[in-house]
Design a protein around this ligand. Structure first.
Ligand code: ATP
Ligand code: MG
Length: 390
């Protein structure tokens, strides 16, 4: 089965290096592999000491690399869809708040990086797609985007997509918005279908997984836990934690005595916190990592022992709905967080979860519509939301 591995973590922790090591290791196994950078500050070219751009470049046998340029993807592959979409946005009145906020969604450009990954998955013969992302915050914005956009589109086109063209004059009155003409509409339908497919692909736990890169220090470990929690909030599968820059235990220099202790403490903490997810450690090298040989070094030191590096590694259930005596319960795995940090409320047919600056709208299945949330509580790191008839 083809795989997509997405690497994320705080700035400078070693995402690019670890992602590149995966890509090289995969290629050495004889699998055709592409390393894709979605970080706007691309640096695969520096790492491989070779010019890499928005077209695929061969690095070694079976290994290819690509630095995505979202504008290029948009103009070359989604131009008519985007033009139709743009026209539609422009035709929308400004008085409806919900509609207005649609045009304000930041990062619509980055969406094309993900659409490019989907295209590589569908249309090319790479068996493994390794994605090197920008630092955490941006990756989260990137990963929540397809779902958010689908949600908005759903709000705009709540009728069957195909029926849309037929219903156009009615919808026009109903929604008080100018629906595009038949041809444009079908472009928007296409975009919508692409987004739905993209969402399904990224959340398909058999194909896509997220791997977190961290360093055994307090601030970075805290951030890694938060990142993990948010990945769960959006129902992504995290199946590997890479602890980078681990000092050699035998280091004989008093300057590092305290550092060794600090690292040991946070490696322990990572082990107890993420015990169920495979952990890998990568040594701190005495020089920075440039060129294929240094990438190979990470492969040998940090990844070599794992036979199952490219298998789906964890099978934590994401969201589940369970029938209970009085109604239904939505359960969501959300570790490292207290109940008072989560805001749960119902709005129309969605349940809205807010944690810090992140908000997720989960559209409810039909059976739950019209029910009330009677309570929300944590059990074993799971947020349980109970729905009952009033
Ligand atoms: N284990 C290590 N030992 C020594 N140097 C390392 C190690 N891991 C990474 N580096 C160096 O640290 C720097 C940052 O690594 P890298 O570019 O992989 O991080 P990143 O998380 O992708 O950074 P950014 O957030 O800027 O994209 C690079 O110069 C790299 O060579
Ligand atoms: Mg990087």
């Amino acid at each position: 089965m083809k795989r997509i591995l997405i690497f994320t973590g705080k700035g400078g922790v070693g995402k690019t290096s670890v992602a590149a090591a995966h890509a090289l290791r995969s290629a050495m196994e004889g699998k055709k592999t592409i390393l894709v950078s979605t970080d706007m500050a691309h640096n695969l070219g520096d790492l491989f000491e070779k010019k890499i751009g928005h077209e695929e470049v061969k690095i070694t046998d079976q290994l290819y690399a690509l630095e995505v340029d979202p504008d290029y993807v948009c103009m070359n592959e989604f131009k008519s869809m985007m033009e139709a979409f743009q026209k539609f946005i422009e035709s929308i009145g400004k008085d409806d708040q919900e509609i207005d906020s649609f045009t304000m969604i930041p990062g619509i450009d980055e969406l094309f990086s993900l659409l490019k990954i989907q295209q590589l998955y569908e249309k090319s013969d790479y068996e493994r797609i390794i994605v090197d992302c920008a630092p955490t915050g941006e990756t989260l914005a990137l990963l929540k985007f397809p779902e958010l956009l689908c949600w908005y589109m759903d709000k705009f086109f709540p009728v069957e997509k195909i029926a849309m063209r037929v219903l156009s004059p009615v919808s026009k009155r109903l929604f008080q918005i100018q629906l595009p003409d038949g041809k444009a509409m079908s472009e928007i339908e296409k975009l919508y279908m692409e987004l739905i497919k993209l969402q399904e692909l990224l959340k398909n736990k058999e194909v896509s997984s997220i791997r977190l890169v961290t360093i055994p220090e307090k601030m970075i470990v805290e951030e890694t836990k938060r990142n993990y929690m948010y990945m769960n909030l959006y129902n992504y599968n995290v199946d590997g934690i890479f602890i980078n820059r681990v000092l050699p235990a035998e280091i004989d220099n008093p300057f590092f005595t305290d550092w060794l202790q600090i690292q040991r403490r946070y490696i322990d903490e990572i082990q107890t916190s993420f015990g169920q997810i495979p952990l890998y450690t990568i040594p701190w090298y005495d020089t920075d990592l440039l060129g294929l040989d240094s990438v190979k070094r990470i492969c040998e030191d940090g990844l070599a022992s794992s036979e199952d590096l490219f298998k789906v590694q964890s099978n934590l259930e994401g969201e589940t709905y369970e029938q209970t005596e009085n109604g239904y319960q939505l359960k969501l795995y959300l570790p490292y967080i207290e109940k008072d940090q989560v805001d749960v409320h119902l709005s129309g047919s969605d349940v809205i979860l807010k944690i810090g600056n992140y908000k997720r709208n989960i559209p409810l299945p039909n059976v739950l519509r019209g029910l009330e949330v009677t309570y929300a509580r944590f059990e074993d790191n799971r947020l349980c939301i109970q729905f009952e008839k009033e």
